[in-house]
Design a protein around this ligand. Structure first.
Ligand code: DAS
Length: 355
């Protein structure tokens, strides 16, 4: 009798292990690359939703806090950085972009989730959108509340991001941003509120879809080139050209502009008022900077709309580039990458109409 029971137990165990391994084989293999931010933050009390410390919790702890991940994927965590994202640098971006490309080239990696601070999440997403050389999903995720807070949004955001990264529908969509059950494209998403959980939006141009229950639902896709269709390659880059942003406002002067140029800026993004307008007392200095070889891109501080060429300035005559609909912070990224290939303003303008 005992021998029979043992035999049945071993058979049941063997059957379970086979079933488990078959099930695990069917689950997507998702790498979670952790960089810090609020999603890895902690506060003194459960009601501390501001004034907490970002970048204190490691990637394995983030994964352990969401055991449901194991039902939808085989996740592996890697701590790439542990920083608040306002401190993200070009060097961090190059390191992260190269690591993403190495991992995505591996056949046993089906997708990548990057946990990231929300302050510059949209910038890292756009940078990766231009340099990732794979159609496999890359999803950036953050949180507006630390994991110690009541109704923390990090765990569900992480679960949704892994779900998206493992979904067939996300393949070839470009780098994605997932918070608050929404799916946004890297090019047009932006942080619109300093602290509320619904902060990430794609105003006017629209988000791409939703996560609901066990699925990702897409309703749009971007019309601009990205990832495998991008001409930018960072594999041999150790630095990016210095590009700075000059902010436009009433009573503006050229002090910041001239200081950036004196410090070696190769390109300037002029985040002008309205349709990228340039104050009368600044225009001569901007024109002089261009004549001395600094690439000038006219962008707008407004947040939405097309930056029209030859609208608020004679771009043809001044040899300026315009940012199309890119925010100043994203125009900076495209100009940096563009200037790794050319300083020709006609070629650079083409890039702003392409990506
Ligand atoms: N300081 C913010 C950052 O790391 C915290 C956050 O919102 O993620 O981007």
């Amino acid at each position: 009798m005992q021998r029979n029971t043992a035999k049945h137990f071993l058979f049941a165990l063997f059957a379970f292990l086979i079933a488990f391994s078959v099930h695990a084989e069917k689950l997507p293999n998702i790498m979670i690359l952790a960089t810090g931010g609020t999603i890895a933050g902690s506060g003194a009390t459960s009601t501390t939703t501001v004034g907490y410390t970002a970048a204190t919790v490691g990637v394995q702890q983030l994964i352990n806090a969401v055991p449901e991940l194991a039902k939808i994927s085989n996740v592996t965590g890697e701590q790439v950085f542990q920083i608040a994202s306002e401190s993200m640098t070009n060097e961090h971006w190059l390191t992260l972009g190269k690591r993403v490309n190495v991992l995505l080239a591996q056949p046993n990696v089906d997708g990548i989730v990057i946990t990231h601070g929300t302050d510059t999440l949209e910038e890292t997403a756009y940078f990766l959108n231009l340099v990732v050389k794979s159609r496999k999903p890359v999803v950036l995720v953050g949180a507006m509340r630390p994991g110690t807070a009541l109704s923390a949004d990090g765990p569900i955001n992480l679960y949704n991001a892994v779900l998206i990264a493992g979904s067939q529908e996300a393949i070839g969509k470009g780098v994605l941003v997932a918070l608050g059950d929404q799916i946004h494209g890297a090019r047009d998403v932006t942080k619109t509120n300093t602290s509320t959980p619904d902060s990430f939006k794609t105003p006017e141009l629209g988000m791409l879809g939703y996560v609901q229950g066990p699925k990702a639902f897409f309703y749009h896709s971007t019309t601009r080139k990205h990832t495998v269709d991008s001409e930018f390659d960072i594999s041999n880059l150790s630095a990016l050209p210095q590009v700075d942003i000059v902010y436009g406002y009433a009573n503006m002067n050229s002090v910041a502009l001239n200081a950036f140029i004196a410090a070696g800026a190769k390109g300037i993004i002029h985040a002008g008022t309205g349709d990228g307008s340039v104050a009368a007392k600044v225009k001569p200095d901007l024109a002089a900077a261009r004549k001395n070889g600094t690439v000038i891109v006219r962008a707008s501080r407004v947040g939405n709309g097309i930056l029209a060429r030859n609208g608020e300035a004679n771009d043809d005559e001044l040899d300026f580039v315009v940012a199309d609909t890119l925010s100043p912070q994203k125009a900076r990224i495209l100009l940096m990458l563009g200037m790794t290939k050319t300083s020709n303003t006609k070629e650079l303008q083409r890039m702003f109409y392409t990506y």
